[in-house]
Design a protein around this ligand. Sequence first.
Ligand code: HSE
Length: 291
Amino acid sequence: MLIRLPATSANLGPGFDCFGIAWQCYDEIEFFPSDTVHIEGCAGEYRNENNLALRGWRAAFAAAGRRAENVRIRFGRTEIPVCRGLGSSAALSAGGAAAADALFSLGLGRQGILDAAAAVEGHPDNAAPAIFGGLTASAVVDGRAKTVAFPVSEKLRFTALIPDFELSTALSRSVLPEKVSRGDAIFNVSRAALLLHAMGEGDLSLLAAAMEDRLHQPYRWGLIRGGERAAGLARDCGAAAVCISGAGPTLLCVAGEEDFPRKIREALAGALPGWTVRALPVERRGIAAAE
Ligand code: HSE
């Protein structure tokens, strides 16, 4: 079974560990029932028990209360850059769980696949949009992920600015404070509410205010070499809002103009030549068997 797994961006500014959105940028992986566990088509360092597609596969059996079957996993086309804040690990966990559910009729459905993937990931903010598609808000309630989908206006155009270095989620989380002020909490809660409305309406001026954050981004900019410069260039080129995609280091820009990717590509080529630009149409269906 060939599964197509979408890239995702978590957080979207104020929705730390809650919001996520899926993109038309995919990894493709094949899963075959097998007598032994076998992983191929990826670097040697991923061909072991820690492989996230394998862990997602096994988590699905655990969620169904069954003993895990063996599997052969073959990595095909991989478009999602690794350790760049575009949900490559959540895509693999969700893909493994979805494949197990489909091939062995585990009866998990999307909610059960999400529970399995979130158990591997530790939080559901990337796995939820990968599985359901579109824009999602997720919370962990009594140990289970609760996810709600929200509309995203066709008027909005999203573009990723991807640096030429990796940033581990663990490092990016290690710089965050344990406690935040009431003022910062209110700042984020209010903007998160406005952001959902702005995304649905395609309201760029509201989005410019609503995508601001005080819970994680201020602490993370220092880990992203050239990040604040790239964000400034993006605004000069017409982006209404810029945030860090997930734990970074990729930046996510929202613009109204079709021409934005070309403009920012030219600006970055001069200023930060290692960075690449990718337009990201919204993936609205979620994880799927590839056609
Ligand atoms: N919400 C997470 C973070 C996403 O920002 O650390 C990374 O998995």
